[in-house]
Design a protein around this ligand. Structure first.
Ligand code: AMP
Length: 189
């Protein structure tokens, strides 16, 4: 299966993707993780991305598409994948469409995790204390939520129009949310 997980920063995409990876034997592809690895490795691309990420803005579409394309070529992505954090705007949604059409691997489903902003802010505060991600500081989280509302929310409509979107309540126990995600996916399989 080829799945996109949509949702605001801190909505639980990464957490749920880890479970789906195990249950459905899919590759978990997080563009945020790919970018953080590039920053950590100090590659030229990572150096370019660092300040943008710390400001809560989106890294340029070209850079992220390049990273994604490379990652999709890995053997573990052949049987299917969960995209976590991509696409983040309509240009990326269109680019993904084109890329997957070229590969002959269209998406099967898009699951959106719905979590109110107040819960997001609390979750990111906790993650900031635990993981010390610079972009989880409260000011940057507010910026990321604005970017999400302006640029990523329209992506949900894009997939809804294609009949691919399932919306899931992302509030509650991690396991219960995971059960909802799996039920939504099984309903489309
Ligand atoms: P995430 O871990 O998905 O919340 O991503 C962390 C940060 O990486 C985001 O706030 C962006 O700066 C950058 N990023 C991750 N995925 C993308 C993407 N698809 N397009 C642009 N920037 C991204």
């Amino acid at each position: 299966m080829r799945i996109v997980l949509l949702g605001a920063p801190g909505s639980g995409k990464g957490t749920q993707a880890k479970r789906l990876k195990v249950e459905l034997r899919l590759a978990h592809i997080s563009t945020g993780d790919l970018l953080r690895a590039a920053v950590k490795a100090g590659t030229p691309l990572g150096l370019k991305a660092k300040a943008v990420m710390e400001s809560g803005q989106l890294v340029s579409d070209d850079i992220v598409l390049g990273l994604l394309e490379e990652r999709l070529a890995d053997a573990d992505a052949r049987p299917g994948f969960i995209l976590d954090g991509y696409p983040r705007n309509l240009a990326q949604a269109n680019a993904l469409d084109g890329l997957l059409a070229r590969l002959g691997q269209p998406l099967d489903a898009v699951v959106k995790l719905n979590v109110p902003d107040a819960d997001i802010v609390k979750r990111c505060e906790i993650r900031f204390e635990q993981e010390h991600r610079a972009d989880d500081n409260p000011d940057t989280v507010r910026k990321r939520l604005q970017v999400y509302a302006a640029q990523t929310e329209p992506v949900a409509d894009f997939y809804s129009q294609r009949g691919l979107l399932a919306e899931v309540d992302g509030v509650g126990a991690v396991e219960a949310i995971g059960d909802r995600v799996l039920a939504a996916l099984r309903a489309r399989a």
